[in-house]
Design a binder for this molecule. Structure first.
Ligand code: CP
Ligand code: NVA
Length: 300
């Protein structure tokens, strides 16, 4: 039975812990000669731009002994009206897995329902689970644990925030989000995590969220595909910038995270992003190690 990774909750807590252990092993360089995916082909289907996701998957797939096939969907017959269902059925006969980045989450659900190979979510408007894998590894590396680590996410209640909420459910991270009114995370994601026992609070005051935090996290205010909403959204983010003042409210050893790309001077200042507290480049590197562990787990 194939297994997809459409949201973080496609993994159990135990599977996530195993994946983190394996990612750390890959990172340590112990297993450099292992090519568990020798001879396989993984499609990378992107409808939005990407630096980290695309290149980390492409490199990781090569390191696992497989080949990555980058697919610009406009160059497929899909762009001329072939159905997603037929595309999924046909690609399942050639490939051993597909990483897809697109807009509506329902698109990847449809792709997964019609494929016989694992489908991996490389970001949708609703979730960014591969990012959350790297995020939890980064927190664990810096804080030595996940349970009860106080994370303050300050900004837009977007795909990254939704996946962090699911990470809180699986790991015991104590997550406080500060989001402007009307820009809260997805209510179903939130409700589901809370009913499973996750420690997740949603506030509107960034200072209250930042107080005594172990981790400060932010993401862009305008996500890919929301370019028409710039004026409406930006007004709401006054006071939500991670800057020196907000950092001073967190614990003295707090780290600063951002999934990148950053809009410097908007959601975060240069000063904070480039400070010794910032772990954003390690966080980006961890995309490679965690995704290799994920591919090894899913692609048979
Ligand atoms: N964080 C992240 O997913 O970056 P890219 O958009 O560059 O892939
Ligand atoms: N929320 C951002 C994340 C980019 C990696 C977006 O969807 O554009």
């Amino acid at each position: 039975m194939k297994k997809d990774f459409l949201t973080l909750l496609d993994l159990t807590s135990e599977e996530l812990q195993a994946l983190l252990r394996r990612a750390a092993e890959f990172k340590s360089g112990k297993d450099v000669s292992a090519c568990p995916l020798m001879g396989k082909s993984i499609g990378l289907m992107f409808n939005k731009t990407s630096t980290r996701t695309r290149i980390s998957f492409q490199t990781g797939i090569y390191q696992l002994g497989a080949q990555a096939i980058y697919i610009n969907t406009n160059e497929l017959q899909l762009g001329r009206g072939e159905s997603l269902e037929d595309t999924a059925r046909v690609l399942s006969r050639f490939l051993h897995g597909i990483v897809i980045r697109t807009y509506e989450h329902s698109t990847i659900e449809k792709l997964a329902a019609n494929s016989t190979i694992p489908i991996i979510n490389g970001l949708t408007d609703l979730h960014h689970p591969c990012q959350a894998l790297a995020d939890v590894l980064t927190v664990r590396e810096n804080k030595g644990r996940l349970r009860d680590v106080r994370m303050a996410y300050i900004g837009d209640g977007n795909n990254v925030a939704n996946s962090l909420i699911e990470a809180a459910l699986l790991t015991g991270i104590d997550l406080v989000l500060a989001c402007p009114k009307g820009l809260e995370p997805d209510s179903m994601v939130l409700e589901n995590a809370r009913s499973g026992g996750a420690k997740v609070r949603v506030l509107t005051d960034p200072a209250e969220a930042a107080k005594d935090a172990d981790v400060l996290y932010t993401d862009v205010w305008i996500s890919m595909g929301q370019e028409k909403e710039v004026e409406r959204k930006k007004k709401k983010f006054e006071g939500y910038q991670i800057n020196r003042r907000l950092v001073s409210l967190a614990k003295p050893d707090a780290i600063v995270m951002h999934c990148l790309p950053a809009h410097r001077g908007e959601e975060i200042t240069d000063e904070v992003l480039d400070s010794p507290r910032s772990v954003v480049i390690d966080q980006a590197e961890n995309r490679l190690h965690t995704q290799k562990a994920l591919l090894e787990m899913l692609v048979k």
